[in-house]
Write a protein that binds this ligand. Structure first.
Ligand SMILES: [Zn+2]
Length: 102
């Protein structure tokens, strides 16, 4: 199983919130992303050119009748990781520029 990196949620009947996760499997190189429904075990083949979010919304609507309040959120730890990586890259670029000029 991979790490959930993104969550598609929508609200269905009775205000129940349904979630489809995007899971990233780092055992592959390059990594692969999978879709997995948290409620019914739906996990489609991704040998398709369709977009992940289209498939997730369609599943939430068709299988769970969840069409309201759609939200598409990145996993908290993935978001935090980017905030760490971005400044590090900026620092690296500055260091390289300084080295090139000297
Ligand atoms: Zn489902």
């Amino acid at each position: 199983m991979g790490a959930a990196i993104r969550h598609f949620t929508a609200i269905g009947p009775g205000d129940q919130v349904f979630t489809v996760n995007v899971e990233r499997d780092f055992r592959y190189d390059p990594y692969r992303d999978f879709l997995a429904c948290a409620h019914c075990g739906w996990s489609p083949s991704l040998l398709t050119t369709r977009r992940l979010d289209d498939m997730a919304w369609e599943h939430l609507a068709d299988s769970h009748d969840a069409t309201r309040g759609r939200s598409d959120q990145e996993n908290e730890s993935v978001r935090k990781a980017r905030w760490v990586v971005l400044p590090l890259c900026a620092v690296l670029i500055i260091v390289l520029l300084v080295l090139v000029q000297s």
